[in-house]
Write a protein that binds this ligand. Structure first.
Ligand code: FES
Length: 227
C-alpha cells in the first residue's frame, strides 16, 4: 500500500541514495506519516521496498525515539530529562505537564491530542529545559509556560496545518517577551560564534639544542669527586 500510494515520493527518495538501504530513515518517516505509527506490517513494507531483512528495519525503529510503534496523540511531547535539563527544571516541567494533561508518561490524553514521553538529550542543552512537540523544538519551557504551550499546540492542531509527525515539516519555537510562543525563522543566515578572547600568539622559538659532544672524555669537563 505504501508503494502504491506514494510511488513517486518513494522513487524520489530512493534516487537520492547510492544504496537503497540508506533510505531506511526517510522511508520509515514516510510510513509513519502515512499510518500515524509504525505497525509490524508497515515496517515489513519498508523492508520489502528496500530489499532489506525485516530484522534490520525493526532494529532501526527500536533505536530511535522518534519512531512510534503504537498509536500516539496528535502531538507527541517528548521532554528531555537528561542532566542539564534536569538542573534547569525538567522534572518540574514534566510534573506540570502530567498535572495539566491528567496523564503519566507513555499515556495519551482522552481526546487523542497529547502523548507524553521522557527522552534523553535533545542536543539543545543551551536552551534547557527543552521539549520536542513531534519534531518541533520548543526551548526554555518552564512550568509557568505549560498552559501557553498547550494552547498553542491545540490551536495549531485546529488549523490542521501540516505538522511533522515525522519531522518533515519541523519548526523551532521560542518565547517572546509577552509570553507568547513564536516560531524561529530557520532561514536566518548562520552567524558564526564570536570569541571574545584573542587567539594565543605564536609559540616561542625552541631553545637551541646543544651540539652533541664527540663522546670523548675531556679532562676539563670532569667534576671533582664529592667524597
Ligand atoms: S540535556 Fe536536555 S537537551 Fe541536552
Amino acid at each position: 500500500m505504501l508503494l502504491e500510494t506514494h510511488r513517486d515520493e518513494i522513487e524520489a527518495i530512493l534516487s537520492r541514495y547510492h544504496s537503497p538501504r540508506s533510505a531506511v530513515l526517510p522511508l520509515l518517516y514516510l510510513a509513519q506519516d502515512t499510518y500515524g505509527y509504525l505497525t509490524e506490517t508497515a515496517i515489513r513494507e519498508v523492508a520489502a521496498i528496500l530489499n532489506m531483512p525485516p530484522t534490520d528495519v525493526f532494529e532501526v525503529v527500536g533505536f530511535y525515539t522518534l519512531f512510534y510503534k503504537r498509536p500516539v496523540g496528535t502531538w507527541v511531547l517528548q521532554v528531555c530529562d537528561d542532566v542539564p535539563c534536569c538542573y534547569l527544571g525538567a522534572e518540574e516541567l514534566i510534573a506540570a505537564l502530567k498535572q495539566r494533561l491528567g496523564i503519566v508518561e507513555e499515556q495519551t490524553t482522552g481526546d487523542g491530542m497529547f502523548t507524553l514521553q521522557r527522552v534523553k538529550c535533545l542536543a539543545a542543552c543551551d536552551r534547557a529545559p527543552v521539549l520536542q512537540a513531534n519534531l518541533d523544538y520548543v526551548y526554555d519551557v518552564t512550568p509557568e509556560r505549560v498552559n501557553a504551550l498547550l494552547a498553542n499546540l491545540r490551536a495549531r492542531a485546529a488549523e490542521a496545518r501540516q505538522r511533522g509527525v515525522s519531522g518533515r515539516f519541523a519548526e523551532d519555537f521560542e518565547w517572546g517577551p509577552d509570553g507568547a510562543l513564536i516560531r524561529i525563522d530557520r532561514a536566518a543566515p548562520y552567524r558564526p560564534r564570536q570569541f571574545p578572547a584573542a587567539p594565543p600568539s605564536a609559540p616561542p622559538e625552541p631553545e637551541p639544542v646543544p651540539e652533541a659532544d664527540a663522546g670523548h672524555d675531556q679532562l676539563a669537563d670532569r667534576k671533582g669527586s664529592p667524597l
